[in-house]
Design a protein around this ligand. Sequence first.
Ligand SMILES: Cc1ncc(COP(=O)(O)O)c(C=O)c1O
Length: 391
Amino acid sequence: MSTIPSRFQQMPDPPADPIFGLKALFNQDERPHKLDLTAGVYKDEAGRTPAMDSVAAAQQHLVAAEQTKDYLPIAGDASYCESVGDLVLPGGPAGSWFHTPSGTAALALATRLVASAGATRVWLPAPTWPNHAPIVASAGLEVATYPYGTRPEGRVEAITEALAQVRREDIVLFHLCCHNPTGSDLSAAEWEQVAGFVSDRGLTVLLDAAYIGFADRPEVDRLPVAVLADAAPELYVSTSFSKNFGLYRERVGALHIGISDAAERRRAFATASSITRTIWSNPPWLGAAIVDLILRDDERRSAWTAELDAIRGRLNSTRGAIGAAFAERGLDAVAGIDDGRGMFHVADLTPEQVKVLREDHAVYMLSSGRFNVAALLPDGVAQLADAVAAL
Ligand SMILES: Cc1ncc(COP(=O)(O)O)c(C=O)c1O
């Protein structure tokens, strides 16, 4: 092996990922009572993340019937894209969904796509998912932020005041539902207000729809997509089936390119194809085929819907249990948890307190105080509340 130093010799180590870096620390922790509330992964009553039954059955069927390992087209499986459109934006323009290997990839594609057409800046809510800013930056775009806060009071006023500075060529990102990390979403009336603002100013919107079906039924969660599709001259929607189909490791997602002029939409699509051709080239098949089969088959779809309803039910009842456990101990660090939706809540804790929770109590959460509600079983709820009470 050569002893000449490599090009990385002078380079500082990059920072650990704020979520998966902590998960790695958790994996090294040998304390038996350790509690992992870091990454957004759903756990059932037994603390496991099994494949959903409807997903496992669809997979078995597809694998048994599989005839080829030929490539999918660059823009992906057309049948899958049509099913995604029917789920997220029924009645939307045909041929407007691009198959991506995950929601992360859909966001990466959206940002590179708008950058290729002259965008220079993306507005993100503060706080937001820790991966948004790195995705925007890696597309060569500048990050700007608008206040979102952890509580709904005064939120829309603060958002619209900040977004008054948006330039016509900027992009504004919103979370569709189950806002990560706060769990606090815009109401239907607030979406109408935001849409009015978007329409008046002709803003381009990127909607991150990673949790459809986790706040409410998909038919309800998707409603703001149509509202924004009417309001925004250019709408991008990134979606993911990591959470609502539990297909995390299969990497299944899609990007909606909502441009009303058909020729411009085709040009944007062709540009998206050129971009992805140099990265993943063609998307993987199995996860997308599972989603497509389930969404098209009434029986499979009802089975999946029932499983999704049960997940949502457990998320909401766990929120109630956490709120009650904190109240019993006279703690107000999780105020508003009952009103939130989805996997996350931000506890009112300092980064130092979060560090003490990790070091002294083996409770792992993000330094922002974000913790994964879905990872808590009854014992864990008590452990978390006791640990916070001991701070
Ligand atoms: C807000 C948000 N967007 C996008 C994603 C991307 O998910 P995936 O890349 O697994 O599809 C996540 C995952 O945690 C998320 O929380």
